[in-house]
Design a protein around this ligand. Structure first.
Ligand code: SF4
Ligand code: SF4
Length: 60
C-alpha cells in the first residue's frame, strides 16, 4: 500500500503537489497542505518531483 508523507516543518504550502497529483491525495486544510487520500496514490511521483522543498516522500 502506498505511503505518502508530507513534512510540515519544511512545506511552504505552495500547493504544487495539490495541483500535480492526479488522484486528489492532497488537500488544503486551513493554511496547511495535508495528505487526505493516501490510499488513492498510484505512485506516479509527480508530487515528489514538483515539491520545491523536498517535503514529500512516497513509498510503495
Ligand atoms: S505519487 Fe502521484 S498519485 Fe501519489 S500522491 Fe504523489 S502525485 Fe499523487
Ligand atoms: S509541493 Fe511541497 S512545499 Fe508545496 S505544498 Fe506540496 S509539500 Fe508543501
Amino acid at each position: 500500500m502506498p505511503y505518502v508523507t508530507l513534512n510540515l516543518d519544511t512545506c511552504t504550502a505552495c500547493q504544487n503537489c495539490l495541483k500535480a497529483c492526479p488522484m486528489g491525495v492532497f488537500a488544503e486544510q486551513g493554511d496547511v497542505i495535508a495528505v487526505v487520500e493516501p490510499n488513492q496514490c498510484i505512485i506516479c511521483r509527480a508530487c515528489e518531483a514538483t515539491c520545491p522543498s523536498g517535503s514529500i516522500v512516497v513509498e510503495d
